[in-house]
Ligand binder design. Structure first.
Ligand code: SAM
Ligand code: SF4
Length: 323
């Protein structure tokens, strides 16, 4: 399915909860957010119905997100069911890793293709200050467990000025010893992200180049997204950069988002979407496909992070959008 800007849409991010066990300062308020009533959340049956409709118009890759998706009961069951839908080529997960040690075996058994883990820093103290929780060791244990049982991993770090050269070196050393990709994600001015300056990924790359000198090469673009990957002579894993702010990649955007409450969201920067939950619960299941097609066709052309304020701009926090 192509949108009106001729972009092929094949990737859907599905949020399964807006609750989280961390409080990352650029994502969620310290006091948390009021939880959605359970009856407002899409059920697994509803999610699967929407995925099947998506597949019939070209969706073939799914990312399960949140909030923290591993907080949702029976999440591995949903992953397994989606994995078994004809036409789905890839199901991946993004998590903060705190509960990963507990669920890694079940996720592997469910057939997960890859897991992104949010690793904002490599020191325990900084982790506590960024996430406002003391779960650093749990996150590391989760990464270890998933690595040990052979799940493909990517570690995501939101780029900040305060990342030291020692941390950059530490991230690169993880990629030296293990086939784990490290990705630096530019801070997006959404929700609490607006309180921080975006630190350009070009600066992170410049600093890595200074550390590794001529041992760094542009690699191929891989995965479902906009990351640009570099290979280093001595590293097994790659280092990727997702630079939504400094290098807008909207012209290649292939994604749509489904919120935990069932809103199909076309761009993370706009408060516009359509409630697929209402379509399903109002007994209009026959309309689901046409509603989805129409919404996808209308996908906005580009984000408007630093443009003039508009009443359509998304005011929610990242924890409610799913990243
Ligand atoms: N809890 C899971 C996690 O942390 O991976 C899934 C949801 S979280 C919203 C998804 C991703 O969004 C994380 O990698 C997180 O670092 C990123 N994120 C949160 N706030 C952001 C912001 N303001 N700008 C850029 N990325 C952000
Ligand atoms: Fe939770 Fe992920 Fe947001 Fe951190 S980034 S508060 S882990 S949802």
């Amino acid at each position: 399915m192509k949108d009106r800007w001729s972009r092929e849409i094949n990737y859907m991010r599905i949020s399964v909860t807006d609750q989280c066990n961390l409080r990352c300062c650029y994502c969620m308020p310290e006091e948390g957010i009021p939880s959605i009533d359970k009856s407002e959340l899409l059920t697994f049956d509803e999610i699967e119905t929407i995925v099947k409709a998506g597949v019939s118009i070209g969706i073939n890759a799914i990312k399960i997100t949140g909030g923290e998706p591993l907080l949702r009961d029976d999440i591995t069951k949903l992953i397994k069911n989606i994995k078994n839908i004809d036409g789905i080529k890839q199901v991946t997960l993004t998590t903060n890793g705190v509960l990963l040690e507990r669920y890694a075996d079940e996720l592997k058994e469910a057939g997960i293709d890859s897991i992104n883990i949010n690793v904002p820093t490599l020191t325990k103290e900084k982790y506590a200050s960024i996430t406002r929780r003391n779960e650093f060791i749990q996150m590391i244990q989760g990464i270890r467990k998933a690595r040990d049982i052979g799940i493909h991993l990517k570690l995501n770090c939101v780029s900040r000025k305060t990342i030291t050269d020692e941390e950059l070196y530490g991230f690169a050393m993880i990629a030296k010893h293990y086939p784990i990709d490290i990705r630096f994600i530019e801070m997006m001015p959404l929700g609490f992200g607006k309180l921080f300056d975006t630190y350009s990924n070009d600066k992170i790359l410049e600093r890595l180049k200074a550390i590794f000198q001529d041992k760094i090469h542009l690699s191929t673009v891989s995965g479902n997204g906009p990351a640009v990957y570099y290979e280093f002579d001595d590293l097994v894993g790659k280092i990727g950069f997702v630079s939504a702010v400094s290098h807008k990649f909207c012209s290649d955007c292939n994604r749509i988002r489904l919120s935990a409450e069932g809103e199909l969201k076309l761009c993370l920067n706009y408060d516009e979407g359509v409630s697929l939950r209402d379509v399903l619960r109002n007994g209009n299941q026959d309309l689901l496909l046409s509603v989805m097609e129409q919404a996808i066709f209308e996908k906005p052309q580009a984000h408007c992070f630093y443009e003039e304020a508009s009443d359509k701009v998304e005011m929610k926090n990242m924890v409610q959008i799913g990243g």
